[in-house]
Design a protein around this ligand. Structure first.
Ligand code: GRF
Length: 220
C-alpha cells in the first residue's frame, strides 16, 4: 500500500471510536499519529499509549479563554502534520479559529440521524419521542454545532425494549464501523468537501446510508 495518511484524533473520554480507528488502520489508508485530549486523564489517551501512539493531555482549564486554548490546540495538532483531524467524543465546542484552520479536513461523529437531535442526550430524547429509528452521522465540521455536510449515516430500528444503554451500545457498534470507513475514504482521496458539498469520487452524494440488519451493517 502507498504511504499512509496522517490522522490526529481529538477526544475527551473513553475513546472507543479511537480504538476502532486504531484496530482497523491495518486495512485502511490512514495511520493515527497523535491523540490529544482536553481532559488529561481521559481513558482514550491510555488507549493511544498502549498502541504506541503519541498522546497529549492539554487541560483547557489552564487557559484563560476558549480562543487561547484553541490557538494552542492548533499548534499541537499541526506538530503532527495531519492530513485529517478526527473528533471522537471531543466534548468541547471548537472556536471558529480552529474550525477554519482545518476546514475540509475536520470530521466528527454524532449519535443521531442529523439534522435531527443535534447536541447532547440524543438517546434519551429519541426514546422519549418514541422514534422508530436512531443512528449516527459522520459529518464535516463547521463552526455551527453538528451542522456540517453529512458523509455517512447508519440507522437502526429502536426496539420496544431499548433503554439508553442498549441503544447507545448498538449505535456505537455502528459508529465503530462507519468512522474508520469515513477516515479511509477521505485519506484515500475518494472523499472531499467542495463548496459545502460532499463529493465521493468527484460526484456529489447524499450521505452514504447504512442500516443495521440482524447485527450486520448493509448499504441502504
Ligand atoms: C460517541 O458515541 C460519539 O457519537 C460522540 O461521543 C461518543 C464518544 O464515545 N460524539 P467514545 O469516547 O469514542 O467511546
Amino acid at each position: 500500500m502507498s504511504e499512509k495518511k496522517r490522522v490526529v484524533v481529538l477526544l475527551s473520554g473513553n475513546g472507543t471510536n479511537l480504538q476502532a480507528l486504531l484496530d482497523q488502520e491495518h486495512k485502511y489508508s490512514y495511520q493515527v499519529v497523535g491523540v490529544i485530549s482536553n481532559i488529561p486523564d481521559a481513558y482514550g489517551l491510555e488507549r493511544a499509549r498502549q498502541h504506541k501512539v503519541a498522546a497529549l493531555g492539554l487541560d483547557h482549564k489552564a487557559f484563560s479563554s476558549r480562543t487561547a486554548f484553541d490557538l494552542r490546540l492548533i499548534q499541537e495538532v499541526n506538530r503532527f502534520d495531519p492530513d485529517l483531524v478526527v473528533l471522537a467524543g471531543y466534548m468541547r465546542i471548537l472556536s471558529p479559529e480552529f474550525v477554519d484552520r482545518f476546514a475540509g479536513k475536520l470530521i466528527n461523529i454524532h449519535p443521531s440521524l442529523l439534522p435531527d437531535y443535534k447536541g447532547l442526550g440524543t438517546y434519551k430524547r429519541v426514546l422519549a419521542d418514541k422514534k422508530p429509528l436512531h443512528g449516527c452521522t459522520v459529518h464535516f465540521v463547521t463552526p455551527e454545532l453538528d451542522s456540517g455536510a453529512h458523509v455517512i449515516q447508519a440507522s437502526l430500528e429502536v426496539k420496544a425494549t431499548d433503554n439508553e444503554e442498549s441503544l447507545m451500545q448498538r449505535v456505537q457498534t455502528m459508529e465503530h464501523q462507519i468512522y474508520p470507513l469515513a477516515a479511509h475514504l477521505f485519506t484515500s482521496g475518494r472523499l472531499q468537501l467542495k463548496e459545502d458539498k460532499v463529493l465521493l469520487d468527484n460526484h456529489p452524494i447524499n450521505p452514504l446510508g447504512y442500516q443495521l440488519k440482524e447485527n450486520a451493517l448493509e448499504l441502504a
